[in-house]
Design a protein around this ligand. Structure first.
Ligand code: BGC
Length: 730
């Protein structure tokens, strides 16, 4: 049923002479994807010569909630899209009405911040392959992910969908993700280009920033997506950038993305992000997507009335618009279709396989971050005859909420499920909610008393709280970690602080587990808690991963992909930016000082540093050597597992420019490697850094500059746990 529409169009295709191209696309190495294949270009020429103006215009706007327009006469299919970014979204039918009775559950992967917390590039690829494979199985052409916006403020409601505050980690994790998706024959879509770093009035807000911040912080993820990942599509963001809507911005789309980065795929608008015909037609937006939700209440929208719809036909016919502008867009859409073999038969994808579930599990295993541990963890299963579990997030399922990233999970193992699965009958597990999930509600004395009574005498106590996506699955009722809304503060909702304090007073050994897309203000109890674990939204297998980590069957190896500030006011987006967070004019006067670049340069102590994450073992770093030959700096270091259990370490290499004409951050991540070591084992690691690792973007000269002089290389276990350092001169 899901494939029926596509098959319908394919029938018309069978007679076409260029069917031989069917072998192009899914099996072609992604590295070659951005090189225009001559046979594809010839096939595009042939189609272009046959398309009428009306047909071309039909292709450059939506034809349903998640499809572009196809041309049946020429066998040109609709492009079928789905969110993204951490699972293939449920079916909507053509007009946002849930398709009941279709097989549309999917593997619910850990969210973006969790993926980034693995610091494991191979898992980026594995994540992408699961998505691509399931998208392919479900007849999708484009998966709307990865989400590459930089995590600039802890308040952004969509941080959980994104990866990190750091441009290098962003780029490294995204390349694998994209290749993983596209190797399955489906296009990825890097979104939201660019500077959609908050949700407040996202369709109106104007972002201003200097070129240095743009090039050093906000663009590298997208550049890597294009140049290293070979991404086939990019989504233009809702917001304005320097006064123009991103979807209308010739500067961003034609100048930077297409000309400078060499992107030759299709730019898709965010849903309803196109606001004006002439601006959109002139700019590099190739496909207008969206559906006017209020209009939907009155019936399916008339997609011909879209800005890039019938009006464009009129404007070309009366000479206002050059048809060449339309042709450019159509060519890019056709190129995307050839790359994903939309005209042919694809290798079939797979759906909810044990292998997909294993990958979801492995990502969760490596994503969970042990923030603090005063010897409390791991818990000992044999000594735990009674376990008290407290907190609404212990039983709450998260897959179905959060906005467009919602997933109808095939199943979701909650923390309580995971603990029960692991402990079996040998341990009596009790559960108390502790607080009520209610926007109005604060702490509840009765619920606190019931929870305290349980943790008091239990052999072990685990609290699972933190953020949630929303109160229900409904779009308009999302909150906290959710699309179209931002958090009001970094403080825990639902009176959780009071509850945690009461639990720690009753049983100081209570383990604190926090779920959510980012940091919370822990000042009230951080000092009293012996162990704190950051579990993100860890996907359908998250509960099992968490249980194994808490009871020591697994050694935690996740590292924070963002700084956890002590309090919101410490965050540079709030401290340095001159405009308030709730302003339609967002001037990013924090510039390049995003995340640890700020905390470390301005010497502001975070609650937990970027790159931080503890292990049940310890690692020693020795023998740093730095050599420079021609344009390459080679950094070597030996890392040893000096503890008693096997574990994984993320070895992080930061660069500091000792003296520069411009103010440079105290350190910048330029390389990392995750390694797994048995107790006592050592590994020598070698990193090669080219001149990009030492350059800054000079916004006076408008180019990257490498300023000769001395640089310090800092190698360590987090941005604030540097174990070896040395200098060299460029
Ligand atoms: C979101 C996009 C999403 C699109 C389609 C928009 O509201 O910003 O990320 O892909 O909807 O659901």
């Amino acid at each position: 049923m899901i494939h029926s529409l596509k098959n319908y169009f394919l029938l018309g295709m069978l007679a076409l002479p260029f069917l031989f191209l069917a072998c192009e696309g899914p099996t072609a190495p992604v590295e070659e994807a951005t090189e225009k294949a001559p046979d594809i270009e010839a096939a595009i020429d042939s189609l272009m010569s046959q398309l009428t103006l009306e047909e071309k215009v039909h292709m450059i706007h939506a034809s349903s909630a998640f499809t572009s327009g196809g041309v049946e006469r020429l066998g040109i299919p609709e492009l079928i899209m789905s969110d993204g970014p951490h699972g293939v979204r449920h079916e909507h039918g053509r007009d946002w009405v849930k398709d009941e009775g279709v097989r549309d559950s999917s593997t619910y992967l850990p969210v973006g911040t969790a993926l980034a917390a693995t610091w494991n590039r191979d898992l980026g690829y594995a994540f992408g392959s699961v998505l691509g494979s399931e998208a392919n199985y479900r007849g999708k052409d484009i998966i709307l992910g990865p989400g590459l916006n930089i995590i600039r403020s802890p308040l952004n409601g969509r941080n959980f969908e994104y990866l990190t505050e750091d441009p290098y980690l962003n780029a490294e994790m995204t390349v694998g993700y994209i290749k993983g998706v596209q190797d399955q024959g489906v296009a990825a879509c890097a979104k939201h280009f660019v500077a959609n770093n908050l949700e407040y009035e996202r369709e109106q807000v104007n972002v201003e920033m200097g070129d240095r911040a743009l090039y050093e912080i906000y663009l590298p993820g997208f550049k890597a997506a294009v140049q290293e990942g070979g991404v086939y599509t990019v989504m233009a963001a809702y917001n304005k950038f320097r006064g123009d809507y991103c979807a209308h911005s010739e500067y961003l789309l034609d100048g930077i993305l297409k000309t400078e980065f060499g992107f030759d795929g299709a730019v898709i608008s965010d849903w309803n992000a196109v606001k004006n015909t002439m601006e959109a037609v002139n700019a590099g937006i190739d496909l207008e997507m969206g559906s006017d939700l209020p209009m939907l209440a009155m019936g399916p929208p008339d997609y011909g009335k879209f800005h890039m719809g019938d009006t464009v036909v009129t404007l070309v016919n009366n000479g206002t618009v050059d048809v060449a502008l339309v042709d450019k867009k159509v060519r890019r859409l056709l190129r995307t279709m050839y790359r994903i073999n939309a005209f042919g038969e694809r290798e079939p994808g797979a759906y909810n396989t044990p292998e997909h579930q294993r990958i979801a599990r492995q990502i969760a295993d490596e994503a969970i971050v042990l923030l603090k541990n005063d010897g409390m963890l791991p818990l000992e299963q044999s000594a735990t005859k009674t376990l008290a579990v407290v907190g609404a997030n212990a039983t709450r399922k998260h897959a179905g909420a959060g906005g467009s990233s919602q997933v109808k999970a095939f199943y979701e193992v909650t923390p309580l499920d995971g603990l029960q699965n692991l402990l079996g009958e040998g341990t009596a597990v009790s559960y108390a909610e502790g607080y009520t999930v209610s926007r109005e509600g604060g702490s509840d004395a009765d619920l606190i008393a019931a929870a305290v009574a349980q943790v008091k005498d239990a052999d072990a106590a685990i609290y699972v709280g933190g953020w949630i996506h929303g109160f229900t699955d409904e779009w308009n009722d999302n909150a906290y970690d959710a699309e179209a809304t931002d958090k009001e503060s970094m403080e825990l909702p639902f009176g959780q602080d009071e509850l945690i304090e009461a639990l720690l007073a009753a049983n100081p050994n209570t383990v604190i587990v926090l779920m959510g897309g980012g940091p919370i203000d822990m000042r009230k109890w951080q000092g009293k808690a012996k162990s704190i674990v950051q579990a993100w939204y860890p996907g359908m297998e998250g509960g099992n991963a968490l249980a194994d980590i808490l009871f020591g069957n697994l050694n935690p190896s996740g590292k924070l992909p963002m700084t956890f500030p002590v309090k919101l006011e410490d965050s540079p987006a709030h401290k340095l930016a001159v405009t308030g967070f709730e302003s339609l004019e967002q001037n990013y006067t924090d510039g390049i000082f995003v995340g640890y670049r700020y905390f470390d340069s301005y010497e502001v102590a975070p609650a937990f540093a970027f790159g931080h994450g503890l292990s049940y073992t310890s690692f020693g770093y020795d023998n740093l050597t730095i050599t420079k030959e021609d344009g390459t700096v080679t950094v070597s270091v030996d890392v040893t597992n000096t503890g008693d259990v096997k574990g994984a370490e993320v070895v992080q290499v930061y660069v500091k420019d000792d003296e520069a004409n411009l103010e440079r951050p105290a350190k910048e991540l330029k390389a990392f490697q995750k390694i797994k070591l048995e107790p006592g084992a050592s590994q020598s690691l070698t990193f090669e850094l080219d001149e990009d690792a030492f350059s800054y973007y000079d916004d006076k000269q408008n180019k990257w500059v490498l300023e000769p002089g001395t640089f310090t290389i800092l190698v360590g276990s987090s941005s604030r746990d540097i174990r070896q350092e040395g200098q060299f001169t460029w």
